[in-house]
Design a protein around this ligand. Structure first.
Ligand SMILES: NC(=O)c1ccc[n+]([C@@H]2O[C@H](COP(=O)([O-])OP(=O)(O)OC[C@H]3O[C@@H](n4cnc5c(N)ncnc54)[C@H](OP(=O)(O)O)[C@@H]3O)[C@@H](O)[C@H]2O)c1
Length: 302
């Protein structure tokens, strides 16, 4: 069951679950849950507002749960709704599915920002979330941790930063700006990215590592990308100049994903390949790209 399945990652994750289940053999149902019902072959889509305990109680039992629910990336305002989504929904869900295994999507935002020269945060670094959004994400983990420690819920905190595909993500944001001749902001000087398909694959394979107390895994690419270098790369591919505004900031949100790579292998698509694919897509006028991801925001508000 995928909770919060109608967003950027859910539909492709549902399709991956379907294909994996079919390849594995025994018949399995794949449930996708969100307020909005989508249609995907082989997926049982259920409408449910996860803030409503009564609706959560009516969801079918399921041994394996992927928790993706969250406020849309880029949401601002109504901080109480952000906190409710990130702490009340986890309580509703953890109580309902305490006997299940659960891969809980979290974020690298729970770590402190770091100078790129120091490398990314590791799983045993103490959390130091900046701003209310990031604090509420740590709250999400703490609520699940409570249910793991007190009720035996087996879970894994899937600390993802920056899944990308051709339609959305940090690379597309930078490439589009360069293509449009707009200046690129260097306030946040560096980032990590992972191909959405690789992130989905890690998520499925993370069921094998769910535990009580919870396990933590950083999920992202193994390379750190400087925003300036990415912009210059796209400028070269588009044969256009690139412009910058703001001096490079001192710190960024960076994660070290070497533990996940050691456990499950490296991502299949490298950051260099991703950059080539995004350049080709944007150059070809890739249609209907989603709204920006606000990767350059450093105050934790997104
Ligand atoms: N994509 C990334 O790079 C990235 C990076 C770090 C962390 N994450 C985390 O990974 C998770 C999945 O990412 P994503 O990009 O697919 O997220 P997303 O696009 O924001 O999707 C969030 C999902 O939650 C659902 N939802 C929101 N409120 C709900 C409610 N009250 N009841 C039921 N469903 C509700 C939304 O659908 P409805 O509105 O139809 O209900 C949607 O399906 C999110 O938790 C996100 O914070 C993602």
């Amino acid at each position: 069951m995928i909770l919060g399945a109608a967003g950027k990652m859910g539909p492709s994750l549902a399709r991956l679950c379907r294909r994996a289940a079919d390849a594995a053999g025994p018949p399995r149902r794949i449930f996708a849950v969100s307020r909005r019902v989508l249609s995907e072959p082989g997926i049982d889509w259920l409408a449910c507002d996860l803030l409503d305990r009564a609706q959560v109680a009516r969801l079918p039992d399921c041994p394996n749960v992927l928790y993706l629910a969250g406020r849309k990336f880029g949401s601002s305002g109504s901080p109480e709704l952000t906190w409710a989504m990130n702490t009340v929904v986890p309580a509703n869900v953890a109580e309902r599915f305490r006997a299940s295994r659960m891969v809980v999507f979290s974020t690298g935002n729970v770590y402190a920002l770091r100078p790129p020269s120091e490398g990314g945060s590791r799983e045993d670094d103490p959390p130091a979330p900046v701003g209310e959004y990031a604090q509420s994400c740590l709250g999400r983990e703490r609520v699940f941790e409570y249910f793991a420690n007190h009720y035996g819920l087996r879970c894994l905190f899937f600390r993802l930063n920056y899944a990308v595909d051709l339609r959305y993500g940090v690379l597309v944001d930078i490439a589009r700006r360069v293509y449009a001749g707009e200046p690129v902001d260097l306030t946040v000087p560096a980032f990590n990215v992972i191909w959405q398909r690789d992130a989905n694959s890690y998520a499925l394979r993370s069921f094998a590592h769910c535990a009580a107390p919870p396990r933590i895994l950083n999920i992202t690419g193994l390379q750190t990308v400087a925003v300036r270098e990415a912009a210059e790369f796209f400028a070269a591919r588009f044969s256009r100049p690139c412009r910058f505004h703001a001096a490079p900031g001192p710190v960024a949100l960076l994660s070290d994903a070497s533990t996940a790579a050691a456990l499950m292998g490296p991502p299949i698509v490298t950051t260099a390949q991703l950059m080539e694919l995004v350049a080709a897509w944007v150059r070809s006028g890739g249609p209907s790209l989603n709204k920006p991801t606000h990767f350059e925001v450093a105050d934790g508000k997104f």
